[in-house]
Write a protein that binds this ligand. Structure first.
Ligand SMILES: CC(C)(COP(=O)(O)OP(=O)(O)OC[C@H]1O[C@@H](n2cnc3c(N)ncnc32)[C@H](O)[C@@H]1OP(=O)(O)O)[C@@H](O)C(=O)NCCC(=O)NCCS
Length: 201
């Protein structure tokens, strides 16, 4: 199935927030736009499965999550890159805008869940998604844009083809390493208790 035009879709946020420069830089076989309410059927979860194990919640639950994101105005910005020939999603990424009481009631952009279909990696799709998300973040007035990533995306690695040492993906996208992240993993029993007590209220 060929690409569905934006005008026939219910988009998460206005397409005008997608950078014109990123659109122009994109390969002609690809299309970039906000997530649409029917993207469950365009392989959205399958692309995300390169990041982590995905259990398919079904289309109705997926759509309910889409509606839940949209219920928070000016907070969630999910961008997808699709193949024009098949209307399938090749890459995805999210920007979450945090509103702060510090920095003159400033805003911080958080980039999350960057994923490119395994067969399409290495074609600048990830780079274009990051560029699109940082553009949205800047346009919305965020004073910085931050993200967490695994060490394997950070290290300077040697490329076998040309033996030159390359900067890692996010450094290529203009990011630099700063500070460190701590995590508190919610244990399974605690998680069940929290969900149970929430459901009982
Ligand atoms: C990491 C990922 C998003 C990169 O997307 P991509 O479309 O394959 O990358 P791009 O083609 O846009 O790469 C841009 C640049 O970063 C470099 N790069 C890409 N992946 C890299 C990696 N894992 N480590 C180091 N450098 C990398 C590329 O070589 C390229 O540099 P070049 O311009 O000198 O050739 C993608 O490979 C992916 O989905 N991986 C699995 C999921 C994941 O790790 N997501 C990030 C979570 S922290």
């Amino acid at each position: 199935m060929p690409l569905t035009p934006n005008t026939e879709l219910d988009l998460l946020f206005p397409d005008s927030l997608i950078s014109g420069d990123v659109k122009r830089a994109l390969h002609q076989d690809l299309h970039i736009r906000p997530l649409a309410s029917t993207d469950y059927n365009r392989g959205h979860l399958s692309v995300l499965s390169v990041l982590t194990e995905i259990s398919d919640p079904g289309e109705a639950a997926w759509k309910a999550q889409f509606d839940a994101l949209r219920a928070f105005p000016e907070t969630y910005y999910v961008v997808v890159i699709l193949d024009r020939a098949t209307d399938k999603i090749f890459g995805v990424g999210t920007l979450v805008v945090e509103r702060k009481f510090t920095r003159g009631l400033g805003k911080v952009g958080h980039i999350e869940d960057i994923a490119v279909d395994k067969a399409q990696q290495g074609k600048k799709i990830g780079l274009r998604i990051i560029n699109a998300l940082t553009y949205i973040s800047e346009t919305l007035g965020c004073y910085k844009t931050i993200l967490n990533c695994s060490e394997s995306n950070l290290i300077i690695y040697p490329r076998l083809i040309d033996l030159r040492r390359k900067l890692a993906f996010y450094e290529k996208c203009g990011f630099e390493k700063k500070e460190c992240e701590m995590v508190y993993q919610v244990r399974e029993r605690a998680r069940t208790t929290i969900i149970d007590s929430h459901n009982n209220n």
